[in-house]
Structure formats: structure tokens, C-alpha cells
Design a protein around this ligand. Structure first.
Ligand code: APR
Length: 174
């Protein structure tokens, strides 16, 4: 779906396998280290050099985003952002929106044209999926109006069920 000059799409898949995308976003932990879920998959695929680069950048706060190289990943960059823990880091709606917004600001700063997001905070951090999806869409949609370098925003959903929800949401907007 096109929003101004920006294409927003959703696919089912693995965030570490997006070889046509310049920057992927990591649902990181504050220490920017391995962890499970998305962070575990990204650190495993990127290799050990990644944690050498992230070490001096940590800790980060909820909603903050930092950028590193992609190392062994097919992507030039990884943007690491810390989602809110649902029911703990308040206001969680703002922190989650900041994750998307600050990641996109960093992408623009680095003249990145394509970026892929996982469903931040919806795994270990317990954010209800649909609520998180609404925040992801509205933030990305608002941003798309003023985007300069970013031309493609991809949501990568791990499960079929999660993907269906994003697909329905996109269809409802079109
Ligand atoms: N690709 C795409 N999506 C994935 C992948 C993957 N390889 N692995 C998991 N997911 C999905 C999950 O199904 C969930 O919907 O990404 C979403 C976010 O899940 P988490 O990775 O658990 O992220 P989050 O909820 O933000 O929690 C972050 O988890 O692993 C720890 O160290 C990490 O402390 C941090 C916390």
C-alpha cells in the first residue's frame, strides 16, 4: 500500500532473512545484548562483532533507538530499539510509538531507503498484539507523510496469525 511516496507492506517471515532491505530493526534489550526472540536471532545471524559495537552504546531507555552495522546479516544496518515492558514502563503507548518514530528518524539521518520492523514489545515484553499493531501503524503512517529518504517500510510478522492481522489492517486502510 502506498502512502504518499512510501510503500508500507506486511509479510510473514523472519526479520533476519530480509535481504532486499537496507536496515532491520531489533526489538532489543536495554543492554543491547543477545537475549531471545528477535534480539537472539539478530545477534546470532550478525555474529560476535555486533555485541562489540553495541557494548559502548548501552544501556538504552525505552523508546530510544541506536544504529550499528549489519555484519553477517544481509542488511547494511541494524537499528536497535527498546520497547516498553507492558504494564511496567509507562506511558507504554508513547514509548512504543517512540520506538517506531526514533527508528525512522535514524533511518532518515542515514539516508536509508528501506527498513523492516518486527512487532516490537509483543513477545517477551507482553504488549497485547492488536494494541501494539495500532500504534505501529499510526506512527509509521504519520511519519510517511514527511519521509524523505525512506521509500519502503516492511512489517515482518513471525506467525501466520500475526501476519493475517497486519494484512487485514492494511486492507482496511486501502
Ligand atoms: N523475526 C520476526 N519476528 C520475530 C522473530 C524473528 N526471527 N522472532 C520473534 N519474533 C516476533 C515475536 O513473535 C513477537 O511477536 O517478534 C515479536 C517481538 O518479540 P520479542 O523478540 O520477544 O521482543 P519484545 O517483546 O520487544 O521483547 C524484547 O525479549 O528476547 C528478549 O532480549 C530481548 O529483553 C528483550 C525482550
Amino acid at each position: 500500500m502506498k502512502f504518499g511516496e512510501v510503500k508500507i507492506e506486511a509479510i510473514q517471515g523472519d526479520i533476519t532473512k530480509q535481504d532486499d532491505i537496507e536496515a532491520i530493526v531489533n526489538a532489543a534489550n536495554a543492554q543491547l545484548q543477545m537475549g531471545g526472540g528477535v534480539a537472539g536471532a539478530i545477534h546470532t545471524a550478525a555474529g560476535r562483532e555486533l555485541s562489540e559495537e553495541t557494548k559502548p552504546l548501552a544501556p538504552i531507555r525505552p523508546g530510544q533507538a541506536v544504529i550499528t552495522n549489519g555484519y553477517n546479516l544481509p542488511n547494511k544496518y541494524i537499528i536497535h530499539t527498546l520497547g516498553p515492558v507492558y504494564g511496567f514502563n509507562q506511558p507504554e503507548e508513547k514509548f512504543l510509538a517512540d520506538c517506531y518514530k526514533n527508528s525512522l528518524v535514524l533511518a532518515e539521518d542515514h539516508h536509508i531507503e528501506s527498513i523492516a520492523f518486527p512487532a516490537i514489545s509483543t513477545g517477551a515484553f507482553g504488549y497485547p498484539f492488536e494494541q501494539a499493531m495500532e500504534i505501529a501503524f499510526s506512527t509509521v503512517h504519520d511519519f510517511a507523510k514527511n519521509a524523505k529518504s525512506v521509500k519502503l517500510i516492511r512489517f515482518v510478522l513471525f506467525s501466520e496469525k500475526d501476519f493475517e492481522q497486519y494484512k487485514n489492517k492494511l486492507n482496511s486502510l486501502g
